[in-house]
Design a protein around this ligand. Structure first.
Ligand code: NAI
Length: 399
């Protein structure tokens, strides 16, 4: 059973210092370490109440099961596949991330890509670095009145849609879910129609069984001759061998890629892929969401979600845990996480039968249920101990 001792928070992977400052200002004991090996982390996690990671750390089942005092996990990034989410759910540990804070950064980079591609900067930059001064307006265009086809009209797709519309582009989009149109954008009823109509095609979908190789040898020729292709979503969404060929054949006038089917795990001087040295091709190392603003935004967002959970039990925004929130009234309050079985809440409330419950919320997801309870009077340690000792209880904490 955990109560209000000074929480120990471990932040790995060079998380923005903004996060550490916010957490320290709340009085928590924050330790920052760049990287731990799997075995080091498995040992270290035993004493930790909250861990913050980015993409370089994996929280596997064996590590999580060692985290006997762990109450929350912060992913100071977008993705959450580094943690075994089902295991964390079973153990009653919420995982928080920050899905929107780098949206703008990606959208702005795509605007930049489009300008560079349509002015042939992919080639001109290389030429200038090699001493070639080759001024020409041939095949260089403005973005205004060109058609941008956005595949995946979610957070990034819609943000990009608004920026591109404001620059005078005609925006069309394709999404599997009906979406609100921004500005004068138009929804395409099929992906193929978008490919045929667009001067620029840009991908902003997640990687799923349906989005893998969305551009492939069977459909690349549906794209207009002289059009441009952009991918800043996930590498496996596009077959890059096919794109490389279309660039060399001249069917595509250029391409910009930020993500690739195979990406190195760390910085290297020997990365190779088939898009290198293709005509008018801009390549960046998966940095679409990597800006100072995004890192500060993510640090602030996830740190605040962790504080809300530690102090109020609020789990809104968690990706693996029942979402629960109860306005704070100043009364005695506790959170109990239990197995999602019939009768669990009844057993807890039976123990409280002599105390008036002033507020209570329950939410369940997968293998667990979470209840936040507010009481009219103080609760002694004995009652809390009884709740914690129930077979169905996973953890109980006074807030
Ligand atoms: P989101 O979840 O807000 O939007 C994704 C959209 O794709 C949704 O509207 C969804 O309905 C749609 N979609 C899913 N399957 C589809 C299909 N088969 N056809 C058409 N539409 C489909 O995601 P968000 O935040 O806009 O991110 C988009 C992608 O960008 C993700 O893959 C994400 O991992 C990636 N990303 C890349 C970054 C980078 O550094 N390059 C940074 C941030 C995100």
């Amino acid at each position: 059973m955990l109560n209000q001792h000074k929480k120990k928070i471990l932040l790995l992977n060079k998380i923005s210092s903004v996060a550490a400052n916010i957490l320290r200002n709340k009085g928590y004991d924050v330790e920052e370490i760049n990287q731990l090996t799997h075995d080091e982390l498995k040992e270290k996690i035993k004493d930790i109440n909250v861990i913050g990671i980015r993409s370089k750390t994996s929280l596997t089942k064996d590590i999580l099961e060692n985290g006997k005092n762990l109450i929350a996990i912060g992913h100071f990034c977008i993705g959450t596949d580094q943690t075994d989410l089902d295991c964390a759910n079973r153990l009653g540990i919420p995982v928080f991330n920050s899905p929107f804070e780098n949206t703008r950064s990606v959208a702005e980079l795509v605007i930049g890509y489009m300008i560079m591609l349509s002015r042939k900067v992919g080639d001109k930059n290389n030429e200038m670095h090699n001493g070639i001064w080759n001024k020409t307006s041939k095949n260089c265009y403005e973005l205004r009145e060109k058609t941008l086809g956005i595949v995946g009209y979610g957070s990034i797709g819609t943000q990009l849609s608004q920026l591109a519309s404001n620059m005078g582009m005609n925006v069309i989009f394709y999404d599997i879910i009906p979406k609100l149109r921004y500005n004068n954008s138009k929804r395409m009823e099929s992906f193929n129609k978008l490919l045929k109509k667009s001067d620029f095609v840009t991908f902003h979908v997640p990687l799923t069984n349906y989005t893998k190789n969305m551009i492939n040898k069977d459909n690349i020729m549906m794209m207009k001759k002289g059009s441009y292709l952009i991918n800043a979503s996930r590498g496996k969404v596009i077959d890059i061998e096919v794109v490389s060929k279309a660039l060399k054949d001249g069917h595509l006038a250029g391409a910009a890629f930020d993500v690739y089917p195979e990406e190195p795990k760390k910085n290297t001087n020997s990365y190779i892929n088939c898009l290198q040295n293709c005509p008018n091709t801009v390549l960046t190392p998966h940095m679409g969401g990597s800006t100072e603003e995004a890192q500060i935004g993510i640090g602030t967002d996830v740190a605040n979600k962790i504080i809300n959970y530690i102090e109020c039990g609020t789990s809104l925004g968690s990706v693996n845990f029942p979402e629960i929130d109860l306005p704070v009234s100043g009364r005695t309050r506790f959170i109990n996480i239990h197995k999602n079985e019939p009768g669990s809440l009844q057993l807890i409330n039976d123990i409280l039968k002599d105390i008036n419950i002033s507020n209570q919320v329950l939410s369940t997801q997968k293998e667990i249920g979470v209840t936040i309870v507010e009481l009219d009077s103080n609760m002694d340690k004995e009652l809390l101990g009884k709740i914690q000792s129930l077979d169905c209880s996973i953890s109980t904490r006074i807030l």
